[in-house]
Ligand binder design. Structure first.
Ligand SMILES: [Zn+2]
Length: 91
């Protein structure tokens, strides 16, 4: 018998649970928000939250988790990540 193990993770913003592949795994490293590098702590956000422009809830969740108050830097990094993820999904 083969048991299909589905890896479910929670989005830090909307708190909804998704399969891991439908989430974006991010981390805050060296004062930069970036895609997970297989090292250190990470967290997940769903594409829906990521694609919402000016999502204050998302920003606040990230600031909280990363223990930083540098909103502008996080917003900039988020924009970069969201551009990057739309590029890779359209291929
Ligand atoms: Zn979400």
């Amino acid at each position: 018998m083969v048991s299909m193990k589905i890896c479910v993770r929670m989005c830090i913003c909307c708190k909804n649970r998704f399969e891991q592949k439908n989430l974006l795994r991010l981390q805050y490293l060296n004062k930069k928000l970036q895609k997970y590098t297989n090292y250190g702590r990470s967290f997940y956000i769903c594409h829906e939250c990521l694609n919402q422009q000016n999502n204050k809830k998302l920003l606040n969740s990230i600031l909280n988790i990363c223990k930083t108050k540098d909103k502008e830097k996080i917003l900039l990094d988020l924009k970069e990540i969201s551009l990057d993820s739309t590029k890779s999904t359209s291929m």
